[in-house]
Design a protein around this ligand. Sequence first.
Ligand SMILES: Nc1ncnc2c1ncn2[C@@H]1O[C@H](COP(=O)(O)OP(=O)(O)OP(=O)(O)O)[C@@H](O)[C@H]1O
Length: 228
Amino acid sequence: MIVLENVSKSYSTGAPALNGVSLHINEGEFVFIVGNSGSGKSTLIKLLLKELEPTEGQILVNNKLLNKMKRKQIPKYRRQIGVVFQDFRLLKDRNVYENIAFAQRVIEKPSKTIRRQVPMMLSMVGLAEKYKSFPRELSGGEQQRVALARALVNNPSILLADEPTGNLDPKNSWEIMKLLEEVNEKGTTVLVVTHNREIVNAMKKRVITMNRGVIVSDEEEGGYLYED
Ligand SMILES: Nc1ncnc2c1ncn2[C@@H]1O[C@H](COP(=O)(O)OP(=O)(O)OP(=O)(O)O)[C@@H](O)[C@H]1O
């Protein structure tokens, strides 16, 4: 569950990036966040990851108040959240298997668990055969599927995707979105920031539209409202 109460974020220069945003996302929802460039979408994602602090207001994630969280609790908090980005952010010098295993090694999962779960995640994203490949040997769509497997291997309750199809062609974009939908159907809350009009209009999910730091619309089975 994600709750924002009257959240504002100002950077040192310019108008506030978020201006009094209130928002409630239940466990298990699938939500698109859309809005033109500079409307505050990435700022919202960074606040949820506790990479930024709000200037005003409160954020509650899975019943934890982020404002009150101690620094040493942050890594544990972030483990509940899987993240994928437009530029994949894989480790270039490690193969597919190791990219995913790495996410488990850093939290000291037993080797036995890693050996079982990494192939499971690779099958889920349809890349079981490519486990030895390096990121440079994969297409953009394949790289994003590895990034998704990595984001999900520790079974987060929330998945944040910041323009996950921004570097992909339409076919690969759809494949990624279908995977996100499957993940959501298994119970993970999914938030997707996107500029992909066609996908948003076709998927009939909840759509939150932002403009200049405020939510201008929030619709169930919504569509893509504004012109890029
Ligand atoms: N580190 C920063 N310092 C100062 N201003 C910033 C910083 N990061 C973002 N901003 C400003 O905050 C506003 C919101 O930016 P944000 O990146 O959240 O928008 P966005 O909706 O994600 O845009 P895009 O679709 O282009 O990624 C913009 O006006 C931006 O210039």
